[in-house]
Design a protein around this ligand. Structure first.
Ligand code: KG4
Ligand code: ZN
Length: 346
């Protein structure tokens, strides 16, 4: 691990951080060396699919089964030993409390037994910093639209540890809006990718769903969900096969509406702040309609757009290890009394 010095320069010690993520239904562990990710193991919990959403108790149990092999695999893939670690970073908040407790309990035990510092990481800050992983990093300041099954936020990021929420959802998250609509259409969980798939063949102007009129940079998706529900109920009264006959056009129209809400607020945030470096994070960043919408705005307004690799958009420990690295540089350590929290702003 030590870099040999050729002349009389001091030997530079690598900074090796282990990151652990367990906030929802992904158990993940990653090793970051000098800010670069060298391993990122993710165990996705398939068990929730048949229940139509994440079941908290089952998530905690699956994390308990997965955590040791996942951490072990990340250490092996990085080609290091536990003694090489300089600190252990873990997701402290927000998320499912039982799930968070598994990761935080494991991280604290490892920190205590190895006598290495502990670093607590806020999951949403880590999503923003996933944009700094790998080459072609965005320059500061940048705006980040974080869109996942649990969150929808626009964040202004001035430096790795200096960021501010400009707007967030007041009810459902964007991914939740996709998933709940998919459920109304009889599609399995998580329905976002399926809506995206059907939308590719559909006419996005065929059905109209009203955009909520929310002031400022906050979002709301519950009204959209209700208008889709009423629309479907009305159509199904006269034609019980309405959904199967029109699935492509319904999905394209729904996607157009959700993407429109997201991109309009992002455009507003860019205009208000004057910032044209735009990043995206979270699972909904995979959405083809959203990517196209942002690409169109980038051409029109000369934005510099950055989208992390998909494995760093969805929940992953690489973003935890990477954020842990920046906190290590700032000597921002936690004590063993650090507690996991289901809800917490920063
Ligand atoms: O970030 P993520 O993996 O997990 C958290 O919620 O934290 O995001 C999952 C969400 C789900 O709601 C899923 O339906 C949505 O991202 N999603 C998509 C697409 N791929 C994933 N939504 C729309 N289009 C997609 N292609
Ligand atoms: Zn997440």
């Amino acid at each position: 691990m030590e870099k040999k010095s050729t002349e009389n320069a001091p030997i530079k010690k690598d900074i090796v951080i282990l990151g652990i993520e367990s906030s929802c239904d992904e158990t993940s562990s990653s090793v970051c060396i000098n800010g670069e990710i060298v391993s990122n193991i993710i165990a996705t919990q398939e068990i929730h699919t048949k229940y139509g959403g994440v079941v908290p108790e089952l998530a905690s149990r699956a994390h308990m089964e997965n955590i040791v092999p996942v951490v072990d695999a990340s250490i092996k893939q990085a080609g290091i030993g536990l003694d090489d670690l300089d600190a252990i970073a873990f997701t402290q908040a927000p998320g499912l409390i039982g799930a968070l407790l598994v990761g935080s309990g494991f991280a604290k035990s490892l920190s205590l037994s190895l006598n290495k510092p502990l670093i607590e990481v806020h999951h949403m800050q880590a999503h923003v910093l996933s944009n700094l992983i790998g080459e072609n990093k965005p320059t500061f300041p940048f705006l980040c639209l974080t869109v996942s099954g649990g969150h929808t936020q626009i964040v202004l990021c001035e430096s790795p540890l200096n960021m501010k929420i400009l707007g967030e959802t007041m009810d459902d998250a964007a991914g939740e809006a996709f998933d709940k609509t998919a459920k109304l259409l009889g599609l399995p969980y998580p329905g976002g990718p399926l809506i995206d798939q059907y939308a590719q063949e559909g006419d996005s102007k065929r059905f109209h769903f009203p955009e909520p009129q929310i002031e400022g940079l906050n979002f709301s998706f519950s009204g959209v969900k209700t208008s889709i529900l009423y629309f479907l109920q009305k159509q199904l009264k006269t034609d019980p096969d309405f959904i199967s006959k029109n699935i492509n056009d319904i999905c394209a129209s729904v996607q157009h509406t959700i993407v429109g809400i997201l991109t309009n607020k992002l455009k507003k945030a860019s205009q208000e702040t004057g910032i044209k470096t735009i990043c995206i994070a979270g699972g909904v960043a995979a959405n083809k309609g959203l990517r196209k919408g942002i690409q169109d705005l980038s051409t029109k307004y000369k934005w510099n757009v950055h989208i992390p690799k998909m494995e760093y958009c969805t929940d992953n420990a690489a973003m935890i290890a990477s954020t842990g690295y920046y906190k290590f540089l700032a000597e921002d350590f936690s004590s063993l009394t650090a507690t996991a929290s289901a809800r917490s702003s920063w």
